[in-house]
Design a protein around this ligand. Structure first.
Ligand SMILES: *[C@@H]1O[C@H](CO)[C@@H](O)[C@H](O)[C@H]1NC(C)=O
Ligand SMILES: *[C@@H]1O[C@H](CO)[C@@H](O)[C@H](O)[C@H]1NC(C)=O
Ligand SMILES: *[C@@H]1O[C@H](CO)[C@@H](O)[C@H](O)[C@H]1NC(C)=O
Length: 354
């Protein structure tokens, strides 16, 4: 085993204006202080007027019965309270096998500390949706992608939390199919929230995701806090948290061991990302512990064609990680250069030392 590198980075990083457009941003590396505004309008957690348990809707926590229908029925029923104080769905102790399901606005999904959501391996439980507009194609296969286990789009005020309850993606099944080239569509993420605002994801343990773990995309005011993410260090693309074309994202107090970047900042892919043109901006990452021997602690890209602005990282503890710089890795260099941003990325990677 190679020597462990332990490094505590407590300096404040300001990496700004990584926009791929505009000669102006190319000249000024440092943002003006007044451009750094981190205003999170969302602070509430769990103050819902109504609450119900998954068992009220036929949920069975035996680890073998599918609860996809119970989740869907419960959430659909609770949607009646969206404009009347909101609702919480409580998942009690137990092993709750489920396929993909979607959240609603003014809603909290709350996991008991001994609740485990187990991702189904029945492919009919994973509806296929279109590629993301800023990517144009899937990452594993060109066609569509399997909907994430917990999915939400066009929402406001949504919380996924618990007492450190667990979401287990049972990813080995997906990783094998990926390595054997057997996937028709891109593997699902554990949590994906699209076109939404005021999102809180906190106090959970995420295990063995089939693909990325947490993917907020085209969203704003996102808080990811107190999340433990664990996947084998050799598992494919098990990135921790990937803010993608998002504004105002706060990631704090997370512990991540995975097979890919702990945090990867994204904004779409090549011509699709450029055309879509939504940068990720005003991102703060603090008190992150990362173990990722083959990847980065905080990666800017790849897939950042819509630009990245104002990234702040503080109190990062990195135990075993790889310095991804164009000099160290020609493959990475090629991928970055294809996106016409070599120079800026070279500087960014070196400046951050990540
Ligand atoms: C859905 O909510 C209504 C109104 O509260 C309730 O009467 C009904 O029993 C609920 N349905 C289920 C399946 O629990
Ligand atoms: C969600 O919002 C996006 C952007 O505003 C819009 O293009 C899309 O049609 C909306 N989708 C749904 C399901 O409402
Ligand atoms: C949550 O659970 C994980 C896995 O058991 C554990 O490593 C972590 O320390 C727990 N976090 C908290 C805040 O209790």
């Amino acid at each position: 085993m190679r020597a462990q590198v332990t490094k505590v980075i407590s300096v404040l990083f300001l990496v700004a204006l990584l926009s791929i457009r505009g000669a102006e941003s190319r000249k000024s590396r440092k943002p003006k202080p007044e451009t750094l505004t981190y205003s999170f309008e969302y602070t509430a957690i769990n103050c819902r007027a109504h609450s119900a348990s998954l068992t009220d809707y036929g949920g069975v926590g035996d680890g073998t019965t599918s609860n996809t229908k119970a989740f869907k029925t419960a959430i659909s029923n609770l949607s009646q309270y969206a404009s009347n104080g909101g609702a919480q769905l409580y998942v009690p102790a137990g092993k709750w096998l489920t396929g993909s399901f979607s959240l609603i606005s003014h809603f909290t999904l709350f996991l008991h500390k001994d609740a485990v959501l187990l991702a189904s391996q029945d492919m009919t439980e994973w509806p296929v949706i279109k590629p993301l507009p800023s990517y144009g194609r899937g990452r594993d296969a060109a066609a569509g992608r399997y909907t994430s286990l917990i999915f939400g789009t066009n929402l406001t005020d949504v919380t996924i939390t618990g007492e450190n309850g667990t979401i287990d993606g049972q990813g080995a099944f997906w990783w094998q199919n990926f390595h054997r080239g057997k996937l028709k569509y891109t593997r699902p993420y554990l949590i994906e929230i699209m076109f939404s605002e005021n999102v809180q994801i906190s106090s959970l343990t995420l295990l063995n995701s089939p693909n990325w773990n947490i993917h907020p995309v085209y969203s704003s005011n996102i808080v990811v806090q107190g999340i433990t993410i664990i996947a084998p260090i050799t598992s494919p693309n098990t990135d921790g948290i990937n803010p993608d074309s998002c504004t105002n994202t706060k990631i704090e107090d997370c512990y991540i061991v995975s097979g890919d970047d702990c945090v990867a900042v994204k904004s779409g892919w090549d011509e699709y990302g450029i055309a879509f043109g939504w940068p990720t901006k005003h991102l703060i990452v603090r008190r992150l512990t990362c173990i990722s021997p083959y990847s980065a602690v905080i990666a800017l890209g790849s897939e950042m064609s819509g630009g990245i602005q104002d990234v702040r990282a503080e109190d990062i503890t990195a135990i075993q990680y790889r310095i991804w710089g164009p000099d160290q890795n020609s493959h990475r260099k090629r991928r970055i250069c294809e996106r016409h941003i070599c120079e800026r990325n070279d500087n960014a990677y070196h400046e951050m030392g990540l």
